[in-house]
Design a protein around this ligand. Sequence first.
Ligand code: CA
Length: 226
Amino acid sequence: MNKTIKVLLIEDERKIANFIKRGLNETGFIVDESLTGMEGLEKIQNKEYSLIILDLMLPDLDGFDVCSKIRELDIRYPVLILTARNSTEDKVKGLDMGADDYLTKPFAINELVARVKALLRRGPSVIDNVLKVGDLVLNIKTHEVYRNGKYIELSQKEFVILEYLMLNTGVVLTRSMIEEHAWDYEFDGFSNVVDVYIRLLRKKIDDEYKNKIIKTVRGFGYKIQA
Ligand code: CA
């Protein structure tokens, strides 16, 4: 599992927090903890995460408020709400506030891990169908890509890979993650098809600019970052 995936856990109950942390650590995720909503919001503004797990009943802010603040900050990675409440109203309210999924306590750690993985596969919530990384703009709906205002023509595979990188901005994607995403069949693990496509993308997107945004992370894979 990818060790660079960081999860922020906002939960005031130590026991539950430890239980979740242990489960996610065993899966290979790095977990940062916050005991209050304010502390959580502060961390979100200073650090890059792949996902947030948010308890609704916090000592300071209501989890709903934390969730809408997260979206106000234009932070798009997934939010999984955790709560003892299980009314449909709460569920709807949470999803309205921008949460991506909902889990009722008590839950089995396996279920939490499965939900987290599913959300990570889905990637961040996308607003207006437009992804931006620095001066690179990709429209999910029209399939148009521009860098610094200049239109870039991509093949279908190049587009799919670039979109996947941009949906996971700042997150390292391994070659096998990219392969699994862009092709429906399993590769033998020795194929260098991903490297070939990254080279093609770099030629179109990075070559003529000083600021290279497709980065190689030695020993892991690739990421995109302005
Ligand atoms: Ca709580």
